[in-house]
Design a protein around this ligand. Structure first.
Ligand code: PGA
Length: 247
């Protein structure tokens, strides 16, 4: 059995004071929940504060990006060691917003995944098709290619730490969700691609859905056989919505 993960992706939201307000509301609401990993992926400057705030709760902390380099002349970058020192356990890698606005490619995503794993961070690797790719009927080819590229050079043992998030780009922040059946079929294709490369351990890999997942549609999505959780943007910024998804 794969343990579900509900991960909030705060994106560039929440100052430290706002983070405190959100987590103070969220913590009591999720304190009795069992059988699910809860993660909040927060801006770099919030990590240390959030780590302190979630102490004693089941909430884990993640970042939203990591450098593929160890250290040195990489202005504006943050290393895996720095994230771990600040208190991050997970890191989102290759979100479509990073690919779209900050020039990330399958190649840099792969380098970041390898670095994160080597340093002991758990990557949440994002893959997903554009609307035009969906319309062309090449969704599965696109996401399987992204997955294989992201995992290039990742060992079978390291694979245990990997989480994949399938996020159709047209569904992110738009209120348009993939149907549970479509999302499940695409996620199954991703799992099959991992099986081709690694064998039956693919059965243990957690693959999340993301893209306008909320407190209303989470139940139907989570009821699907291959959907192991969610990467939640907008709805993770409201304690009562995020709590409903988790619970
Ligand atoms: P959304 O974002 O839930 O606001 O669509 C999801 C994401 O980008 O991870």
């Amino acid at each position: 059995m794969r343990k579900p993960i509900i991960a909030g992706n705060w994106k560039m939201n929440n100052t430290k004071a706002e983070a405190e307000e959100l987590l103070t509301a969220l913590k009591p609401l999720v304190k009795d929940v069992k059988g699910v990993d809860i993660v909040v992926c927060v801006p770099f400057t919030d990590i240390e504060k959030v780590k302190k705030l979630v102490k004693g709760s089941k909430i884990r902390v993640g970042a939203q990006n990591v450098s593929w380099a160890d250290k040195g002349a990489f202005t504006g970058e943050i290393s895996a060691a720095m994230l771990i020192e600040a208190g991050a356990e997970y890191v989102v890698i290759g979100h479509s917003e990073r690919r779209q606005y900050f020039g990330e490619t399958d190649e840099t995503v792969n380098k970041k995944v390898c670095k994160a794993l080597a340093e002991g961070l758990k990557p949440i690797i994002c893959v997903g098709e554009k609307l035009s790719e969906k319309q062309m009927g090449i969704t599965e080819e696109i996401v399987c290619l992204q997955t294989k590229a992201a995992l290039h050079g990742v060992s079978r043992t390291q694979l245990d730490e990997v989480v994949i998030a399938y996020e159709p780009i047209w569904a992110i922040g738009t209120g348009m969700t993939a149907t549970p059946e479509d999302a499940n079929q695409t996620i199954r294709a991703i799992r099959n691609a991992i099986r081709d490369a690694y064998g039956d351990v693919a059965q243990n890999i957690r693959i999340l859905y993301g893209g306008s997942m909320n407190d209303k549609n989470a139940r139907d999505l989570m009821a699907q056989s291959d959907i192991d959780g969610g990467l939640i943007g907008g709805a993770s910024l409201v304690a009562e919505k995020f709590e409903k998804i988790v619970n």
